[in-house]
Each structure stands twice: as C-alpha cells, then as structure tokens.
Design a protein around this ligand. Structure first.
Ligand code: HEC
Ligand code: HEC
Ligand code: HEC
Ligand code: HEC
Length: 495
C-alpha cells in the first residue's frame, strides 16, 4: 500500500508535502522576483540614471554613448568593412568600373564621374568629402557648384544647422560653406529625442511631404517610426527650384508611376543628357517606397525588424545599431520569424537578386545604345521634333532603370515590383531603338558602330570627361578647405 493513501499517515504527510511545496515555491518566486527587480533596475538605470543630460540637438554620438553604451558600441561598428554577400556588403565597391555603361547613362551629370556603392553610416562625412560629385565643378577649383542640400542625408549637424538658419537658408547656401559645421557622421540625434529616447523625425522634407499628403508624421506609431526614421534619407527626392529645397515627390503617391507623373506635371528635369539631349530624371534610392510594395512591407514589417535586430545580453534586450546587411547573421534577423535553414534564407535572397540582375544587365547596354544612337541620329541631321518621341521613351526607360537599381535593397525588399519596373525599362529602351531606326531611315543613314565603352575610363573619355584634371582639381580644392574646416570645428568643440 502506498504511504500516501494510508489512512493513518496520509493527511499528515500531505500536509508536510504542501508545506515544503509552498516553501520551495516561495523561494523560487523570491529568486525570480529578485532577478526581475535586478533586470528592471538595470533597464531603469539605462534610461533614468543618465550620466549626462542631453539638451537640444547634440550631434556628437560619443556623448549619447555615455548614457547608452550598448547602442553606442554597436553603432560604432558601422565602421566595419568585413562583410560581403553575393551582391552587397559593407565594403566600398565601384559600380562604374563593374558596369561602365552607367557612365554613358549619366553623361552630363556628376554621377558619370564617380559613384560608389554604399557602406556604413560611419563613413558619410568622409565619403561626401571624397566624392567627385561635389566640390569639383570642372571649371575652377575654388568654386563649388553644389548646394548645402547635398549634406542633408549625412549628419546630425544638418538638423542642428536647419534649426539655427532655417531650412530655406541652409539648403541654398553653398555646399562648402557648411564644411566646418557638418562634421559628425549619422548618429543618435538623427533618429532620437534625447529626453525620452523616442524615435523622432528630424528632417523637414519628410515632415512636409506628410503634410502635403494630409498626414501628420507625429501621429505615426512606433512600428511606423521604425521605418520612417530611415525614410528621412532612404527615399526618392529632388532639389526644388533655385533655392534647391529638398522635396519628396510623394504628392500623388509612392509608386514609380506616381512620382513620374509628379515630375512630368511640373516638367522637371535633373539634367539634360550630354549625348542624347534628353531631359532626364535621376532616381535617388527609393528603398522606403519600394519596400512598402513588397511582401514584408505589406505585412507591416519595418526596416528595423531586419536591419536592427535585438541582441540579448545579461537579461537586457537592445537593438543592434550596426545597420548593415541582415545576411551577416540570419539567426538574429530572418530566423526570428522564419524556421528555414540559414542557407535557404540566404538563397531566397540571392535567387531574387540574381533574377532581377538578369533584367538589369539586359537593360543597361540597350539604354546606353539608345542614348548613343540618338547622338548619331542628330549627327545624321535628325531634328528635335523627330527625336521628341525617342527622347520621351529614353527618359521613361532610364527613370525605370534608375528607380529599380538605385534602390539598393529593392531586389529583395520588393522583388516583383522591381522586376516589373525594370522590364518596362527594357521595353521602353527597345521601343526607343525601333523609333530611331525609322529616323535613320528617313535620313538615309545608319547608326555607326558603337564606341568601345568596355571600361569606365574608356566610357568617360568617350563622353569627354578629363578625369585626371577633375581629380586634380578636387584634390586641390579639398586640400585648401578641409584643414580649415577641421580646425574650426575643433575650436568650436563640434568634433
Ligand atoms: C538611423 C536611426 C537611428 C540612429 C542613428 C540611432 N538609433 Fe537608436 N534606435 C533606432 C530604432 C529604430 C530603435 C528601435 C526603437 C523601438 O523599437 O522602439 C532604436 C532604439 C534605441 C534605444 C532603445 C533601446 C533599444 O536598444 O532598443 C536606445 C537607448 C537607443 N536607440 C540609443 C541610440 C544611441 C545611443 C544612438 C547613437 C549612438 C542611436 N540610438 C542611434 C534608430 C536609431
Ligand atoms: C540621415 C540619413 C540617413 C538615415 C536617417 C538612415 N540612413 Fe542608411 N545610409 C545613409 C547614407 C548616406 C548611406 C551611405 C553611406 C556611405 O556609403 O558613406 C547609408 C547606408 C546604409 C546602409 C548600407 C550599409 C552597408 O553596410 O553597406 C544600410 C543597410 C542602411 N543605410 C540602412 C538604414 C536603415 C535601416 C535606416 C533606419 C533605421 C537608415 N539607414 C537611416 C543615410 C541614412
Ligand atoms: C525582411 C527583412 C528586411 C526589411 C524589413 C528591410 N530590409 Fe533592407 N535589406 C534586406 C536584405 C536581405 C538586403 C540585401 C542584403 C544583401 O544582399 O547582403 C537588404 C538590403 C538593404 C540595403 C542595401 C545594403 C547595401 O549593402 O547596399 C539598404 C540600403 C536597405 N536594405 C535599407 C532598408 C530600408 C530603408 C528598409 C525599410 C524601408 C529595409 N531595408 C527593410 C532585408 C530587409
Ligand atoms: C519580423 C518577422 C520577419 C522577419 C525578421 C523576416 N521575415 Fe520574411 N516574412 C515575414 C512575413 C510576415 C512574411 C509574409 C508571409 C506570408 O504572407 O505568408 C514573410 C515572407 C517572406 C518570404 C516570402 C515572400 C514572398 O514572395 O511571398 C521570404 C522569401 C522571406 N520572408 C524571407 C525572409 C528573409 C530572407 C529574411 C531575413 C533577411 C526575412 N524574411 C525576415 C516575416 C519576417
């Protein structure tokens, strides 16, 4: 007979068991309570026991780092250049060398001189100072033709200066006039309110675009803000009017066609193409807009879900601030939601990218050919009137190409939409060529053989760029200004 069911000792033993059971439970609960209190205290110490009180726009991230060392340490890692996926990574690639047709596509525009694939946020200031797209006007080395608007996506010093000068005055000041002010790479003050660490929108362009759509960005949910802080920069934009006022063309909507209609309605062109004389549009990097149209955007995910995964450390959960490719560590990114194996997840991404690059690789040479043939048709006597429908197609084709390609993450973020956009680009480039054949026929002529544009240097020579001269002018210009910028910034305690 079991001791528990014995009538004589049963109640006594059960009582004892309950007593010990409760005692154990109390101890366990006390332990749990202690750890919870400990964790809470630690979390609270992060937010409440601030070591420094930050007021206003503090562009130096190292000061914030005293209060939030975990986020700061991971943020610093955006300086790393140690990862390469199949098509991306945090190293600095030179796409013009890899795909020299792009030099032709951007003939007459600064991107034909210099274009690098993005790397970490840590490098924004350095890369801005280095690029041949600013401070190298090709006329004389003391004059820079770019407005300060170019700094907009590079630094928390930008909202600081906008607060000081007003947006209008800031944008229209010359790029180099802000060189001693804009000195800190993208940091805490770009995305956070220092008082409560809430996410915050610091860029007027996003705020104003929302207002024009009848929406209020201050009413956005945290989940929306986890994307909108990125949408301050990773979007399509243009410099409006003589004041070069930074503007997002979202008034008619977020699609490629919506924004094209916006630009067509105001007859906007970023530049006139040097070869084909087409009024062109330059797409920037509509990552946010395209993301909204992909499977993850449609399910309400935000950029931070993949690019800022949580890290758990000693019971503290915090966001990884090393913004980079999520493929570096799929365990903390994709696998939070998907049960697929690491290799399968990575292959999902590569498969989508590879297929889209097939279309891109067909489109780039066809579009380059359309520009070159247009130039040849002009030489054969074709008039602007004859070429108007050709140029309309080239403008549309290149807008589609750029929209799909310049949005760096799009082939994974929104594969179907990106493929759709690029295939329309290919179709329009080929339609332009068909029309051009009619134009040549009307002038009893034929397009000559295409020039050799198999390297960036050859393509740059073909469009008449003297790269050695440009590089020299840029180097001399920067050598004459940067030491003063740094000395001034240091004296003012900005760096
Ligand atoms: C590009 C925008 C961006 C920058 C720059 C940025 N953060 Fe964040 N930060 C975020 C986002 C997004 C979250 C997640 C917020 C949420 O989910 O509520 C976050 C969360 C946080 C949190 C809350 C706890 C956590 O880790 O989730 C702290 C504290 C924080 N950041 C500190 C910093 C510090 C310090 C810096 C500068 C070294 C910084 N952040 C730079 C976007 C940014
Ligand atoms: C103030 C403007 C700005 C904000 C805000 C911003 N970015 Fe960036 N981002 C940039 C610029 C500029 C670069 C390219 C830097 C370079 O190459 O020098 C970049 C680069 C990147 C890269 C490429 C990094 C690499 O390793 O190649 C990723 C990924 C990225 N950003 C994601 C995000 C996400 C996600 C957010 C929001 C949480 C965000 N960014 C917010 C301007 C911004
Ligand atoms: C579901 C996960 C996911 C979400 C959400 C997401 N991305 Fe990405 N993103 C990726 C992947 C995967 C890549 C490709 C990385 C690679 O090929 O190494 C990528 C690439 C990028 C790149 C190019 C990085 C480089 O090295 O050039 C940028 C910039 C970027 N994303 C920004 C964003 C922004 C901005 C958002 C929000 C609007 C966002 N991403 C939302 C997964 C995501
Ligand atoms: C926060 C959760 C979350 C994260 C992180 C996430 N996903 Fe997803 N993913 C989803 C959801 C939700 C869907 C839509 C599922 C559905 O519709 O059935 C989805 C869909 C997909 C699909 C199918 C897309 C299609 O064409 O229908 C693929 C592929 C995918 N994810 C890959 C990835 C990869 C790769 C990563 C990491 C870079 C990733 N996901 C990160 C939640 C996530």
């Amino acid at each position: 007979m079991s001791i528990l069911t014995s009538n004589k000792y049963g109640p006594w033993i059960i009582g004892l068991a309950i007593f010990f059971g409760v005692a154990v439970a109390v101890v366990v609960l006390a332990l749990i309570a202690a750890t919870v209190t400990f964790r809470r205290a630690e979390v609270a110490s992060i937010y409440n026991n601030k070591k420094v009180e930050i007021v206003g726009i503090e562009p130096k991230s190292e000061i914030w780092g005293q209060n939030y060392p975990r986020e700061y340490e991971t943020w610093k890692k955006t300086a790393n250049m140690d990862f390469k996926s199949k098509h991306m990574g945090n190293t600095q690639e030179d796409p013009l060398a890899q795909r020299p047709e792009m030099v032709i596509l951007w003939a007459g525009y600064a991107f034909s001189r210099d274009y690098k694939a993005p790397r970490g946020h840590y490098y924004t200031i350095e890369d801005m100072r280095k690029t041949l797209r600013v401070g190298a006007p090709g006329i004389d080395e003391t004059k820079d033709l770019q407005p300060a608007t170019c700094w907009s996506c590079k630094s928390p010093d930008v909202p600081r200066m906008i607060e000081q000068m007003g947006a209008e005055e800031f944008y229209k000041s010359p790029w180099s006039s802000q060189g001693s002010q804009i000195v800190n790479a993208i940091g805490c003050a770009d995305c956070h309110n220092p008082v409560n660490m809430d996410l915050t929108i610091t860029r007027p362009a996003l705020r104003e675009a929302y207002q024009r759509m009848g929406r209020d960005v201050d009413q956005a949910s945290t989940q929306e803000l986890r994307s909108l802080v990125c949408a301050q920069c990773h979007v399509e934009y243009y410099f409006k009017g003589d004041g070069k006022y930074l503007t997002f063309p979202w008034d008619q909507g977020f699609t490629m066609e919506n924004m094209e209609a916006y630009y067509d309605d105001i007859q906007y062109a970023d530049w006139t193409h040097a070869l084909s004389k087409t009024p062109m549009l330059k797409a920037q990097h509509p990552d946010y807009e395209l993301f909204l149209l992909g499977p993850h955007g449609e399910k309400g995910l935000s950029c931070a879900d993949c690019h800022m995964p949580y890290i758990s450390e000693g019971g503290i959960k915090y966001s990884d601030h090393q913004l980079m490719s999520p493929l570096k560590n799929t365990a903390s990114t994709c696998q939070v939601c998907h049960r697929d194996a690491d290799a399968d997840l990575i292959n999902f991404v590569y498969e989508r990218q590879d297929k889209i690059l097939e279309t891109r690789n067909r489109l780039e040479p066809e579009l380059a050919k359309a520009h070159i043939w247009t130039k040849m048709a002009m030489e054969a006597g074709a008039t602007d009137e004859e070429l108007a429908p050709v140029r309309a197609l080239i403008r549309q084709a290149q807008w589609r190409w750029d929209f799909g390609v310049a949005s760096h993450g799009a082939s994974f973020h929104a594969p179907l939409e990106t493929e759709r956009i690029l295939s329309h680009g290919l179709d329009k480039a080929l339609q332009a060529q068909l029309l051009l054949q009619d134009v040549f026929r009307a002038h009893e002529s034929n397009p000559a053989e295409l020039p050799d544009i198999t390297t960036a240097e050859k393509a740059q020579a073909y469009i008449g760029l003297d790269m050695a001269k440009l590089q020299d002018q840029k180097a001399r210009f920067m050598a004459s200004v940067v030491p003063n910028w740094l000395a001034e910034a240091q004296a003012a305690g900005r760096i």
